[in-house]
Design a protein around this ligand. Structure first.
Ligand code: IPE
Ligand code: IPE
Ligand code: MG
Length: 246
């Protein structure tokens, strides 16, 4: 039985989040510069997005650049930003063909102008697509997002738009940049690191975590399928007992 046939289509995760890690090490293994790893990571992004569409996963969120990544060598940061603009531009056609809606979360205002404009252009162009929402986390960190949400919420309390007593989990979540999306049921990290690195801390509260030693440029849709097969074998208890669930 092929990998995709082993997946129960009725129990698909609606939202898969990925930390795409290991580009630098992949390049180093080949005696190349780190940027070479990032360039090859684009191939993995394309294949993974197509795999998600093929399966019917509705939301795919990719960690592309963290707030902390601004501290990398200037040349690497610049190369990543250039790559981002070029990739989004080049892939817009494929996104349209596959019915993928592009979305972005993070402190987008901190991106170079050119990146910001290209991003907004493709977001607008793909806004009516329905098959899958591809969210890029860019200049994103979860603590930044939560702090930003708290700030906006405080403003609204001050302006009388919401009462402090009415702040529920749902109300708070509506101030996050993922508002309107279901929480990821599955979070995948490549490259063998076992940490969250400031990614979707609120949203991952009950996600199943899947770690693979594969470096991101080697990741393909089959790896996504394997992660989902693993996910479907797990019992998600949400604090209850196994007996209660059965
Ligand atoms: C992930 O790969 C891509 C980004 C963080 C932008 P890395 O660049 O972190 O690669 P490693 O972890 O150093 O191998
Ligand atoms: C996390 O990877 C951020 C992205 C994949 C964009 P890092 O490589 O930056 O994370 P750490 O530094 O190893 O925790
Ligand atoms: Mg890394």
């Amino acid at each position: 039985m092929s990998l995709i046939e082993q997946i129960d289509k009725d129990r698909l995760p609606q939202h898969v989040a990925i930390i795409m890690d290991g580009n630098g090490r992949w390049a180093k293994e080949k005696g190349k510069l780190r940027v070479f790893g990032h360039q090859n990571g684009v191939v993995s992004v394309r294949d993974t997005v197509e795999g998600a569409v093929e399966l019917g996963v509705k939301y795919l969120t990719l960690y592309a650049f963290s707030t902390e990544n601004w501290n990398r060598p200037k040349l690497e940061v610049m190369a990543l930003m250039e790559l981002l603009v070029a990739t989004i531009n080049k892939e817009t056609k494929t996104l349209m063909q596959n019915g993928v809606r592009l979305n972005a979360i993070g402190n987008l205002k901190s991106l170079p102008d050119k990146c910001y404009r290209q991003l907004q252009e493709t977001i607008k162009k793909t806004s009516d697509n329905k098959a899958c929402t591809l969210t890029l986390a860019l200049s994103y960190s979860s603590r930044w997002e939560i702090t930003d949400a708290a700030r906006k919420l405080a403003e609204d309390v001050k302006d009388g738009k919401i009462k402090a007593d009415d702040i529920s989990e749902e109300a708070f979540a509506s101030y996050l940049s993922t508002s309107g999306m279901p929480d990821p049921e599955l979070m995948i990290r490549t490259s063998g690191e076992h940490r969250i690195s400031n990614y979707l801390l609120w949203q991952l509260a009950y996600s199943e975590l899947y770690f693979t030693p594969k470096l991101w440029p080697d990741f393909r849709r089959e790896d996504l399928f394997e992660a989902i097969i693993d996910f479907q074998k797990r019992e998600r208890r949400f604090g209850m007992t196994s007996e209660q669930l059965n």
